[in-house]
Design a protein around this ligand. Sequence first.
Ligand code: ADP
Length: 255
Amino acid sequence: MTAPAAGRVAIVTGAGAGLGRAEALALAGDGVSVVLNDVSEQAATVVDEIEAAGGKALLVTGDVSERATADALMAAALEHFGGLHIVVNNAGVLRDRMLFSMSDEDWDTVIRVHLRGHFLLSRNATAHWRRQSKVEGGPVYGRVVNTASEAFLFGSAGQPNYAAAKAGIAALTVATARGCARYGVRANAICPRARTAMTKEVFGEAPEGAVDPLSVDHVAPFVAYLASPEADAVNGQVFVVHGGRIALVRPPSVE
Ligand code: ADP
């Protein structure tokens, strides 16, 4: 599937900081018009950054776990930029606790923002692409990039809510790919290992003066690739993406 002649349009959630910001900038750098979402107004600065570099961007603030936010994001893409081709589901929160001390609220908040957030926007976008494909009589250009986590593979002792949400997102990704491929939709997930405001408690501070192997800048270009025409044959996959596992292990202490 070649890129649409009028240019691609993306929605990126949680785009005010960290990985979502880097993803929005990477897509804009590829000429994609971006509808940014975040609960925080701080995402307005990312819109300014994109526009200052000659790109097109628009901010829709709101909570991704609310249906009204998913509806508003779709409307902004279609009405303001004239289409929708890419959804990057990235918004997330942490409420870390061991299972035996976890409150109902810690559980519900993380499942809602991550899993329901991914569901609502994916549902709206795939419904749009399915409709469009029926009108056009063939597959359209639809890309979903979801954000899972290695936590879904090996669990995460202090994050049972997050690990469960990410496992759900991995399963949702495969179901999206299988159910919607016939309309032209490609759905993949990344398991990023990136240092952000949200994850720095887990990964610690960046090494001073050295290239950070956990920089979001290692992850964002891969997301831009998954959203590109070149990744047309990549579907239903869950990728671990970071600056190289080799960079994460300490150098040997023996000569
Ligand atoms: P990461 O980049 O690892 O996802 P960050 O904390 O750097 O972590 O970024 C997560 C972004 O998601 C933040 O900008 C945060 O404001 C945003 N966010 C958190 N909860 C929601 C939500 N319910 N809806 C939309 N955005 C959210």
